[in-house]
Design a protein around this ligand. Structure first.
Ligand SMILES: [Zn+2]
Length: 216
């Protein structure tokens, strides 16, 4: 009976999403938010500007959110809204925390309705998963995950190559050879290539002008 009670309490705690707003006076307010609001930090600005329940001031020192687990529902909302991020920085690291989601990520990578920008983040997250596990002690479970992801990404080699400029070099250096894709240390920057082409053309023009002048 007690166990059942504790289980229900844990379940309520797990379902509840809240953001903690710490005030300069030392008080901490807990503000309940929805799962979607918590996942994408949608109410962060508003919560920063709330009045403290103790001193009435607006001097918040931090607003911290407990992120819900990334599931199919959240992933769908994320792909439908380009501006929604699971994390302001390095959201691929947040996505890479859920190895149970590998099939789900592959499903979204194969879905034509998913924007390219989002597919690239998912590919990057899968590369991070390979990186993390190949750096560990290499348990059978880790090996199974690495093999699964690398064989799925190898089947989608062109997509991985088109995402490579988004993936950090140290992640590529470890994950690409495992997938069986050639690793380019310096990702070609399309601007610098254009510049090189333009410079070469200018040089050619200059030489051609000199030749023309010579024969005048
Ligand atoms: Zn206060």
């Amino acid at each position: 009976m007690i166990c059942a009670y504790i289980f229900v309490l844990c379940l309520i705690k797990k379902m509840k999403n809240e953001q903690r707003r710490a005030c300069k006076c030392g008080n901490v307010d807990f503000i309940e938010v929805t799962k979607i609001e918590a996942a994408f930090n949608l109410r962060e600005k508003e919560i920063w500007n709330l009045k403290c329940s103790k001193c009435g001031g607006k001097n918040a020192t931090s607003v911290i959110s407990n992120s819900p687990e990334i599931d199919k529902e959240l992933l769908q909302i994320w792909t439908d809204n380009l501006e929604y991020l699971f994390c302001q920085q390095d959201e691929e690291l947040s996505l890479a925390q859920y190895s149970d989601n590998i099939d789900l990520y592959i499903e979204f990578i194969d879905d034509d309705s998913v924007p390219l920008e989002k597919k690239k983040v998912l590919i990057e997250a899968l590369c991070v998963m390979i990186y993390d596990r190949s750096k560990k002690t290499n348990s059978d479970e880790d090996k199974k995950i690495v093999n699964k992801i690398s064989s799925e990404l190898k089947k989608r080699e062109n997509q991985v190559i088109s995402a490579q400029n988004w993936i950090m070099d140290y992640i590529k250096k470890v994950s690409f050879p495992i997938i069986g894709i050639q690793y380019f240390k310096e990702s070609p920057n399309p601007n610098s290539i254009n510049e090189q082409v333009m410079n070469t053309e200018t040089e050619k023009d200059t030489i051609w002008n000199k030749i023309k002048q010579f024969w005048k």
